[in-house]
Design a protein around this ligand. Structure first.
Ligand code: SIN
Ligand code: FE
Length: 298
């Protein structure tokens, strides 16, 4: 497979040139769009917020909701107010960038809370399943999404110039073909039990089950982690990148201090829905996987 990274030369969050359909096609093909010259500007007075204990004990990251509620932050009241302003500024820039890059999605996207991730990746201790240093596609055990897309904007804001190093894997269909034969079959009664026990917020569909199986089987396969097709990509400090994280196979190996914005796109609202994980898996399995009219619980 050719490189999964597509470099774009934009350097201004507000002044995106006329959108090109090939940008949407690339992100929908599972590529990572990388903007090496597009920096999120941390102001000099915000620099002091870039420290690990701006995270509250036990939190994984700081989040800011659409209505301005900050969660997971350490620091004092004044610092939390400046952090909320800084994360809010990133949110506005990330949403404007996505709007400019992918006009086909206008009116269809829902923005999740924005996150600030001050933890150092290298020293994080996690279970295999939660370890994002292993290549995976994003899939969430408690929140079935029925094929809803997970579009993410990331910005490396490391003040010392440290890159955020990712590994990006081969294309979704090849990886799915590799792991699907070993996936446990979907059982509707199990999905109902998980919902009754409130393990899931709504009924886990076969699509959600298979995405989780892919996620877990990738992470637990030591040999594939080392030898599977992959590219090491150091995203420089002062750059940002955009991908469908439910499709682009990824792992984070090094780095500290990042901003992240997730946007959800309803299934079928892509410019080319046939390239989506839902339709790829549906073709590979040969039956509908996500049910009809199922809603996403938030
Ligand atoms: C992930 O989505 O797996 C983590 C990405 C990152 O922290 O850079
Ligand atoms: Fe991930």
């Amino acid at each position: 497979m050719p490189s999964p990274i597509v470099e774009l030369d934009l350097d201004d969050w507000g002044a995106t040139p006329e959108a090109r359909p090939e940008w949407t096609a690339a992100v929908e093909a599972g590529k990572v769009l990388w903007f090496p010259r597009l920096a999120f500007a941390v102001r000099p007075d915000e620099r002091a917020l870039l420290r690990e204990n701006m995270l509250a004990p036990k939190s994984r990251n700081v989040s800011l909701s659409a209505d301005g509620v900050l969660k997971g932050a350490g620091g004092d009241g004044a610092e939390q107010a400046s952090l909320a302003a800084m994360v809010g500024r990133f949110r506005a820039q990330a949403l404007a960038l996505v709007d400019a890059l992918f006009p086909a999605y206008r009116g269809a996207l829902t923005a999740a809370p924005t996150s600030f991730r001050p933890r150092r990746v290298e020293t994080r201790r996690q279970s295999v399943r939660a370890d994002d240093r292993r290549m995976h596609v994003d899939a969430f055990p408690s929140r079935p999404n029925y094929g809803e897309r997970i579009l993410r904007v990331f910005a490396n804001i490391n003040p010392e110039g440290a890159p955020r190093v990712w590994r990006v894997g081969g294309d979704f269909e090849s990886v799915a073909r590799h792991f699907l034969p070993g996936a446990k079959p979907y059982r509707a009664w199990q999905a109902r039990a998980l919902q009754a026990l409130h393990v899931t917020k709504s009924l886990r569909s076969e699509y959600d089950h298979l995405m989780l199986q892919l996620h877990d089987r990738m992470k637990y396969d030591e040999r594939w982690q080392q030898q599977g097709e992959q590219w090491r990509v150091p995203f420089a400090a002062g750059s940002c990148w955009v991908c469908y994280s439910d499709q682009a196979v990824h792992a984070v190996m090094e780095g500290q201090y990042m901003m992240e914005q997730t946007l959800y796109l309803p299934p079928g609202r892509e410019a080319n829905p046939a390239a989506s994980p839902l339709q790829i898996l549906t073709r590979l399995v040969g039956r509908p996987l996500a049910g009809v009219g199922a809603g996403v619980a938030r």
